[in-house]
Design a protein around this ligand. Structure first.
Ligand code: SF4
Ligand code: SF4
Length: 349
């Protein structure tokens, strides 16, 4: 089974220990961070392993591409530290296991991946998907499996990811547009970190949308809106894609508001914390995040990940901010309709 490529010597020379010092959930000075991180490296007990919320952010904070978060997850699994109740972990492992059967669209050399998220079926409509809409893969056979980073189960990822990659390869796909941000992070960060070959070119859907929008440039009517961008956990695995958010917004006349919880200081949807750390932390993080959107005068909240949408769309709408997925935002800019909407009636919480 593949082993994590982690370079201890980089940590020995690293004085800033940004992986832990910048952590938004564990408050450590540099000296303590250095000591605790050394324990994690050595495989000793460290409170960091219990305190980690699995927000993924230290993967971005490390300036040396040294995969601190993947190491934390390895250590959590070795020590039997579960960031969620065991029945929930087991349920996730069981319900997403490959079954050896799948349905795909009319696959071409270039294809779209819905991962295991049916929301993309609603989102993939209109001109931006002309010529590719039927070249689609979906289901647990193509599920990126990165979610198990939240459940201290890199062993499941290491076992299943090579099969998923093989399933994709067998379709003859040479270029895969990853509509789920987490798939792109899996193929460009997680797989290489474990020495797993990716036999096709992953393309982030931000890049895809940007290129398609340029094709329809004459149709673009600037939206002239102020937006809060909701940065998701897996964006931390591929921070090099963040500039496409700015590029797309600039093309379609959306102003990315300068707010406290965006970019490196972004807050994830926090729903995963609810199981791991209890509702108090999850509610508090969501409240801080949404209050920040309100404070800067956001008219729209733009979502990258459908899971963030499920966790937060209703809550931002209650504050008078329109939730919209990035794909739908691009559709609006060329005069098409938003497809992913909240139900008319929502339950009061
Ligand atoms: S993981 Fe990265 S940031 Fe953390 S101590 Fe090692 S080199 Fe420094
Ligand atoms: S994953 Fe998030 S909570 Fe865990 S150590 Fe890294 S930055 Fe901190």
């Amino acid at each position: 089974m593949s082993e994590l490529k982690f370079d201890k010597t980089k940590c020995a020379d690293c004085q800033a220990v940004a992986c832990l010092v910048k952590c938004q959930y564990i408050d450590l000075d540099r000296n303590t961070a250095k000591q605790e991180w050394q324990k994690v490296i050595n495989g000793e007990d460290s409170f960091v392993l219990e305190a980690c919320t699995t927000c993924y952010a230290c993967e971005e904070y490390c300036p040396f591409e040294n995969h601190p978060f993947y190491l934390i997850v390895e250590r959590q699994e070795e020590k039997g530290i579960l960031p969620a109740p065991r029945p929930i972990v087991t349920m996730w492992i069981n319900q997403c296991q490959p079954v050896g059967k799948f349905m795909v669209g009319k696959i071409e050399r270039k294809a779209l991946s819905y991962c295991y998220l049916p929301q993309f079926n609603a989102l993939v409509k209109g001109k931006l998907f002309n010529g590719i809409a039927s070249s689609v893969i979906f289901g647990q056979e193509f599920f990126c499996n990165a979610v198990y980073l939240h459940y201290a189960r890199t062993s499941v990822i290491k076992e299943r990811l090579p099969k998923v990659l093989d399933n994709i390869n067998k379709q003859g796909i040479k270029e895969l547009v990853c509509l789920h941000d987490e798939c792109y992070g899996t193929f460009t960060s997680l797989a290489p970190a474990y020495g797993i070959d990716v036999p096709f070119k992953p393309i982030h859907y931000f890049e895809y949308l940007y290129e398609r929008l340029k094709e329809y440039k004459e149709r673009i009517r600037p939206l002239n809106i102020k937006v809060a961008y909701q940065r998701n956990c897996s964006a931390r695995l591929a921070p090099e894609t963040d500039h496409f958010v700015d590029d797309i917004f600039s093309l379609i006349g959306a102003e990315r508001l300068n707010r406290e919880y965006d970019r490196e200081n972004g807050l994830c949807c926090a729903e995963i914390f609810r199981m791991a750390k209890g509702p108090k932390l999850a509610d508090e993080v969501q409240r801080r995040n949404i209050d920040d959107m309100v404070r800067v005068g956001a008219e729209y909240c733009v979502f990258n990940c459908p899971a963030c949408w499920d966790s937060l769309a209703d809550k931002v709408a209650r504050k008078g901010i329109k939730p919209i997925h990035m794909i739908d935002l691009c559709k609006l800019a060329i005069g098409e309709e938003q497809s992913l909407k909240l139900p008319a009636l929502t339950v009061e919480v």
